[in-house]
Design a protein around this ligand. Sequence first.
Ligand code: XMP
Length: 525
Amino acid sequence: LVLILDYGSQYTHLITRRIRSLSVFSLCISGTSSIQSIADLNPSVIILSGGPHSVHAPLAPSFPDEFIEYVQSNGVYVLGICYGLHLLVQKLGGEVMVGEKQEYGRMEIEVLKGGSGLFDKGVDDRQVVWMSHGDEAVRLPDGFEVVARSQQGAVAAVENPARRFYGLQYHPEVTHSPKGMETLRYFLFDVCGITAGWKMEDVLEEEVKVIRGMLGPEDHVICALSGGVDSTVAATLVHKAIGDRLHCVFVDNGLLRYKERERVMETFEKDLHLPVTCVDATEQFLSKLKGVVDPERKRKIIGKEFICIFDAFAQDLEQKWGNRPAYLVQGTLYPDVIESCPPPGSGRTHSHTIKSHHNVGGLPKDMKLKLIEPLKLLFKDEVRELGRILSVPVGFLKRHPFPGPGLAVRVLGDVTEGNALDILREVDEIFIQSIKNAGIYDSIWQAFAVFLPIRSVGVQGDQRTHSHVVALRAVTSQDGMTADWYNFDHKFLDDVARKICNSVRGVNRVVQDITSKPPSTIEWE
Ligand code: XMP
């Protein structure tokens, strides 16, 4: 295991992903975790991430006091990146100061020593890298050597091979450091002696084992299927582990897309052979959402209603089987976990909750069902790979993500007002079908329409109208953590906008959302 200690850098999750892409399992935990939590994971390599702090800041996050002794006595390799390098230097008796020249962005470094712990023999001695630091290591601890310097003369890479300490001032994990992956690969495989071999097949086997181990032979489990990739893969995995003791429920909460219920139920039955009960709870959800405009309240209400339905479903099953299911399967992914609960004390600049994802932060505290979340350490592309191994149809695996709170976070304001939901469904369907017809669905991470709570003046059929405005959003992304807006060609946009205004009653204006994440989020609420 390669363990990443997170000190709040915006790139921390990227390090995890990059290392996994080398077929090496990596996990990320808070940089201030206790030595016991670190030791429990038994890592062979620890990477100290970057972070927004200066090591001299009063509340600068750090590893626990026993850390150095632990890594030394357990033969663990340590690589500090940016802030992680500063931390290592400071704690081992060197000195870190505010640099004379701060280094942000693209920078050239000179490799002084190939064939070292960070650079293979024969690497380019000049490399372009991505820097982002104000502080600088000005005096190294005993036994350390500088193996690369920036074009401005600052320390760019250091090492103390005898004690297995290494440090990079730049970010090898970002694509703006073109040789960064080469450096990480060389460090992990050639220097630390890690073997690549982490595969989704192993994850599947391990998860099946864990689920079988945690459940007694009589335990029954329920799973909420949303029709999305994550819950479907999670259900298929649990079904493989425990067979018919898994009972799936699909909830029509009145916030689904056009014909979603019919389409999804057909796939579950025909292609996936999953046992699914469909519950129509439209009234229950919409009556609770009436008059609610605050996005967080909407999310909390929806999360709570889902849990009430799962509880009732569990009760029905208890009557049928004489055994109340004690577990609920959820398709929670790693980014949901990271975003909803940033590690405490990680120094993450957004240490507040960005959004309560209904399946993470929105769960009521008194929920009786215990959770099984077999995907909670995986990124989306890894889940798709797992689904492929589980024979989930590829077309299904390529579906764009759809948020648990459904169209409630895409109708801004009160979702029950007028026929907003129906209008949105029609607009969304036209948009998505046009994208499919244009053959670009798979190049887009997510596309959808948003119903805006405003009206604008238009002229349709020689008549003045005062009708609704809808926004179209399509983004590209790797994992939903960051995203860029998708650049459609103008003819496509022109056709879609015309089609929407001509065929959806009550809409006279179409706008496009051209913001990335950050500063926006993907969903509007
Ligand atoms: P945001 O809007 O946070 O979305 O940038 C990132 C990704 O997460 C999806 N999303 C959710 N998924 N429950 C979910 O299961 C939620 O409450 C939720 N909110 C957002 C969103 O569609 C995007 O793919």
